[in-house]
Write a protein that binds this ligand. Structure first.
Ligand code: CO
Length: 160
């Protein structure tokens, strides 16, 4: 296991659409290592989620700490969302020092594959729903600063 460098805003890999993980890669040491390294990196950086593009890999893989467990979700796809929205303060390991209020769906349902390629369904509300939406945005080249309603710190950053 090793920790990986987290790319920061401005890195081109954070801005491209990541590719689905192909079926042949499930169960390989390469994929297992990537997942373990992403988990280790997220923990080291005190994050509650991380997406593969943040470690320079444009694969559709996210790690989410939902408060109960930390797990990998591969090729995640949101299948339904609540009309009800909630606002909360977000930050991102790739945008250090910047926090702001983002509006997101209160509840989401998604499907994904686990690291072994087994289909999983997730139904979440509140905080974990926000984390899943934030991380899935990364797979589409979107950062929370693109959606922020109001910055709560880091306003002087000239790139925003
Ligand atoms: Co992020």
């Amino acid at each position: 296991m090793s920790t990986l460098e987290v790319l920061k805003k401005g890195a081109p890999k954070l801005r491209i659409t990541s590719e689905p993980v192909s079926s042949e890669r499930f169960g390989t040491p390469e994929l297992e290592q990537l997942v373990e390294d992403m988990i280790e990196t997220m923990k080291l950086e005190n994050g509650v989620g991380i997406a593969a593009p943040q470690v320079g890999v444009n694969d559709r893989i996210i790690i989410v700490d939902d408060g109960k467990k930390i797990d990998a979700y591969i090729n995640p796809k949101i299948i339904s969302t609540s009309d009800k929205m909630i606002e909360s303060e977000e930050g991102c390991l790739s945008v250090p020092g910047v926090f702001g209020i983002v509006k997101r769906h209160k509840k989401v349902k998604l499907k994904a594959l686990d690291r072994h390629g087994k289909p999983v369904r997730v139904s979440v509300s509140g905080f974990p729903a926000i984390v899943f939406q934030h991380e899935i945005d990364h797979l589409n080249g979107i950062l929370f600063i693109d959606k922020v309603e109001k910055l709560t710190s880091g306003e002087n950053d000239p790139l925003i």
